[in-house]
Structure formats: C-alpha cells, structure tokens
Write a protein that binds this ligand. Structure first.
Ligand code: SF4
Length: 239
C-alpha cells in the first residue's frame, strides 16, 4: 500500500500555491477557457480570453455568434474549428436547457456538447468549490508512475484516485499533480533525482537504478550529487 498521507503532505509542501492556471471571473468564462485549453497552453488561452471575454459576455453571445467569427476569435488556441463549434453548441444548450447558466452538477455538465468529465471536474472544483478529481494527461501519467492506479482509462483512474484521496483534497490534489507534471514529472524526461516523491515512487527508483547500472551506491551518489538525500528503498510498493 502507498503511504498516501505522506504523498499528500509532500505535494502540499512542494506546491503550496497550486491552483487552476486559467484566468476567469465566472463559471461561464472557466467553461470556455477549459474548452480552449485542449492541446493548448494555459498561457496562450489566457492571452486569447482577455479580449474574448470582453466580447462574449453570456451563453447567448456564444449561441448567436457567427461561426466563422468565433473561429477567428479563438484561432490562436489551435483546433479552432472544433472548439468554436463546441462553444456555440454549448452556448445554445446553456440557453435552451439551463437558462443561460452553467449547471452545478457533474451529471448535468457532462450533457453539454464538448464537455467531458475532465472539463466538468475543473469547473466544479474551481468555479463551484465542489471537489472533483481532474484526470488530464499529467494526472494520468503521474498516478500510473506512482503506482496509484493500474488503469489507462481516465474514468477508471479518476475512481481509483477518489478512493485514495480524501474528498476535500480532490481538487487541490489534481492541481498539485498538474503542476508536478509540468515542473518535475515531465512526460519524456522526468526529473526523478530532484523529485520530492522519489522515495514513494517505484518507477522513479527503477529508472535511477537502471541509469546507475542497478548499483544502489551509484544511485545514492547520483541523488546526493543532485542535492537531495537518497530515500530508503521500498519493498513491494505498487498496488
Ligand atoms: S520519482 Fe520520477 S517518475 Fe516518480 S513522481 Fe517523481 S519525477 Fe515522476
């Protein structure tokens, strides 16, 4: 079994400011920003939404926008044709079924065009203060590397993490893992020697052992050379 309390403690201390990096002032703006963030950096989305949110202030504005105009307004975020279609359909659904308001439950949110569980959980956590585990590419990868899940499917990963993490921590934990994935547990080259979670991560320890030729002395030397103490080797480990 993983020492989940220790992992949560380390993440909290390492990322005390972890939060949603998208700029927004209301649930509709967050919904739009989250749709635009697919395959795009949050920084670029924030640049685009600065002017977008001045122009489109309600669900009705998105519903009635000429599609080609909306496409041009969001073009820098990439995949702009599909995203514009989603935003227009979403605006229409919000007007027709929710009086123009963003609904506050997961079950309702996922009925909106282009909104899956990941986006819904971002909205619930950041706009409505309702705990939700957000399984994006970072959360999925790190959960697997840490041995918190054996699954690849985002929904199954979400349910595994819901079992392991106390409900009030779901949203914060998601943002901590997202920040960890951007800064240390990078997809192609995870910085395991610098990682504060190394002693809880079989994947990271094995990667260092392989790099050091399986020599634990060399592994400790490498860790020390990188400025962190080598953690004790865990026996067993993965769930
Ligand atoms: S030890 Fe390496 S693989 Fe494990 S969480 Fe840290 S950076 Fe990721």
């Amino acid at each position: 079994m993983k020492d989940m309390a220790a992992i949560l403690d380390i993440l909290e201390k390492t990322y005390p400011d972890a939060k949603c990096s998208l700029d927004f002032t209301n649930p509709l703006e967050l919904l739009v920003a989250t749709v635009l963030s697919a395959q795009c950096t949050d920084e670029r989305v924030n640049q685009v939404t600065k002017s977008l949110f001045n122009k489109y202030r309600s669900a009705r504005n998105y519903a009635s926008a000429p599609l080609h105009e909306l496409e041009e307004d969001i073009r820098p975020t990439g995949f702009f044709r599909n995203k514009a279609k989603s935003l227009k359909s979403c605006g229409t659904s919000l007007v027709e079924r929710f009086r123009g308001q963003v609904p506050r439950t997961l079950d309702e949110l996922v009925t909106l065009p282009g909104i899956g569980r990941k986006t819904a959980n971002v909205i619930l956590g950041a706009a409505f203060d309702t705990p939700g585990i957000v399984v994006d590419t970072h959360v999925s990868r790190i959960a697997q590397r840490l041995g918190l899940t054996r699954h690849q499917d985002p929904v199954k990963i979400e349910f595994d993490l819901m079992e392991l993490v106390p409900r009030p921590r779901w949203t914060r934990f998601s943002h901590e893992l997202i920040w960890h994935g951007r800064q240390i547990c990078i997809a192609r080259n995870p910085r395991c020697p610098q990682c504060p979670l190394l002693e809880h991560c079989d994947y990271g320890q094995q990667a260092l052992d392989t790099k050091a030729g399986g020599d634990p002395v060399a592994r400790r030397a490498e860790s020390a050379a990188n400025g962190r103490p080598a953690g004790p080797r865990r026996k067993g480990g993965s769930r």
